[in-house]
Design a binder for this molecule. Sequence first.
Ligand SMILES: [Zn+2]
Length: 67
Amino acid sequence: MGDNVFDFKGKRIQKAQSDKLYEYCAVCWAKTDIRKNTPVELRRCYVNGVGQLCPTCYLELYGKDSP
Ligand SMILES: [Zn+2]
């Protein structure tokens, strides 16, 4: 899965520059309500190695709501 992670990060950097305040979902690029300055351990729908997800993608990937 290493190559996929690099892809995600490349896209993430390009897209993220269009919004300075909020994170985008690493899968569908919907804008989330997670502020960039929120520590990752406090974020909902954050996945290590992938990044911030929106609640919809998190639910699709994991079959449950983010804690
Ligand atoms: Zn999404």
